[in-house]
Design a binder for this molecule. Structure first.
Ligand code: ATP
Ligand code: MG
Length: 460
């Protein structure tokens, strides 16, 4: 069953139960009160009459039978019927005289017996051909108030007034019940809609995403309530997954494409060696060296593609308050052996720090210094200038022609295209700089070297 209908049914059932139990309890209490009240007023009306006759019996010492008729007559009125019974429960007299006066109801022997045993506040509703009758019993005591019971007076009155009050109450209770249930159902429907709609939308989105529509989002407002939080987390998760999958797809495509050529060359060498088509030891050695270079190049390429893929996937930078000078020195120290015939130098200002991931900064600077070393002819110089929030790599190589300046950060762009680089170094630099909230800028005049400037936020 759909969630919204389950909510409507549960709320409806709970409301019906509460309303039903409360309504019945209220009705029963009211009914008891009304009957109590009517019985009491019946007795109160009868009391002075009964007392008067009982005093008379006490004074004259006559038996009850002598006053039974006038007593029953005096107890009878337009609303009240009366019957006087003797000590053994036999009817002695009834009071109906006029046609419009109610007849006494047939006495209930069990009740009469209890009244004769002294029960003072006895009443019941008895069914009578004229309708339900409230019947009250009054023990007749001589002397008044004593325990000597000489008979019992039975009074009866139609339940018309109490019944019509109760009928009105029943009608009102029914109306309240229906109105509450109706309003509850409408509220439950609204509530069910409010709760179920976002879930249904989310389920739609999940189905669409499972079918490959990675661009789909929850389309729910990112409010502060639970649904908003769910929508925000869900959309964030999908975006992240989309990013990760795109990075992986790109990695697979790039690696497949870029490794094709060196792998083909490698296979060529292996084939020639296997068939023994290269005979001379010098050429065999040269072939092994070429194969070694190809393997090195491929591992460098895979390493760089992995770094780029991680950056594409949005692996967060571990940004920290970093000593830029220390990182610059570490890079030059590690690249020193590859830079024979070049002067490597760090020009630094004290306290040059930035908020940056130190390992990523090392990687970026390594790529810039690697490029500078490869493009600077022997006798030249490579200088890393460090200031707060800024690192510059300056070389004295041939520089970069203006028409290439805009393209050198592109993935796989390299010049000349036959060089052994992969064209990924500067793309990595740019991704790292972005991941650390910084910028990269290149300036170069052909023939006068190139300057790459990295800028990062500084710690407060
Ligand atoms: N300091 C520089 N001086 C002159 N040219 C440069 C310099 N740095 C980069 N370039 C040019 O920019 C191109 C792209 O550089 P990038 O570092 O992205 O690739 P790469 O060095 O060719 O290969 P990889 O770094 O992946 O091994 C280089 O091929 C080169 O032509
Ligand atoms: Mg490079």
């Amino acid at each position: 069953m759909k969630l919204r209908w389950r909510i409507v049914l549960s709320i409806g059932a709970a409301l019906a139960l509460i309303e039903g139990v409360l309504g019945l309890a209220y009705y029963a209490e009211l009914q008891r009160f009304l009957l109590d009240h009517s019985a009491q007023s019946l007795r109160a009306q009868a009391k002075p009459v009964v007392d008067r006759y009982m005093r008379q019996l006490e004074a004259t010492g006559q038996p009850l039978a002598t006053v039974a008729r006038p007593l029953a007559r005096d107890l009878t009125s337009r609303e009240t019927g009366a019957l006087v019974l003797d000590r053994s429960g036999r009817p002695l007299a009834f009071g109906k005289f006029l046609p419009e006066e109610p007849a006494p109801v047939v006495p209930d022997p069990a009740l009469v017996e209890r009244a004769l045993a002294g029960a003072n506040e006895l009443y019941r509703v008895l069914q009578d051909p004229t309708g339900p009758q409230l019947v009250a019993y009054v023990p007749l005591r001589v002397p008044v108030g004593s325990s000597n019971i000489v008979g019992v007076a039975q009074l009866n009155r139609g339940l018309g007034e109490a019944e019509s009050t109760l009928a009105r109450v029943r009608w009102l209770l029914g109306l309240t019940f229906a109105a509450t249930l109706g309003a509850g159902a409408v509220l439950a429907l609204l509530l069910g809609h409010h709760i179920a709609l976002p879930l249904e939308r989310l389920a739609d989105t999940c189905r669409a995403i499972a079918a490959g529509s990675w661009g789909r989002r929850s389309e729910l407002p990112h409010g502060r309530d639970e649904v908003g939080q769910l929508a925000r987390s869900f959309d964030g998760m999908v975006q992240r997954l989309e990013q990760l999958i795109a990075a992986q797809q790109r990695f697979a495509a790039d690696a497949g494409h870029q490794l094709k050529t060196p792998l083909a060359a490698l296979r060529g060498h292996v084939e020639l060696l296997r068939r023994g088509l290269i005979g001379e030891p010098d050429r065999v050695r040269a072939s092994y060296e070429t194969m070694q270079e190809l393997v090195d190049r491929m591992s460098r390429m895979v390493r760089k593609l992995t770094i780029l893929s991680n950056l594409d996937a949005g692996v967060p930078a571990q940004r920290a308050d970093t000593d830029l000078v220390a990182v610059a020195r570490a890079v030059l120290r590690d690249f020193g052996p590859a830079a024979s015939g070049l002067r490597l130098e760090v020009v630094a200002r004290d306290g040059a720090r930035a908020l940056v991931d130190p390992a990523q900064l090392y990687e970026a600077l390594g790529n810039l210094v690697d490029n500078a070393i490869r493009h600077t002819p022997p006798g030249g110089a490579i200088t890393v200038e460090v200031e707060p929030g800024r690192v510059r790599v300056r070389d004295t190589g041939p520089g970069i022609p203006p028409d290439r300046l805009t393209r050198i950060f592109d993935r796989f762009y390299r010049y000349p295209p036959t060089g052994d680089g992969a064209g990924l170094g500067l793309a990595i630099v740019q991704s790292i700089v972005r991941a650390n909230g910084g910028t990269v800028h290149v300036a170069s005049e052909p023939g006068r070297g190139a300057v790459f400037t990295l800028e990062f936020p500084t710690p407060q």
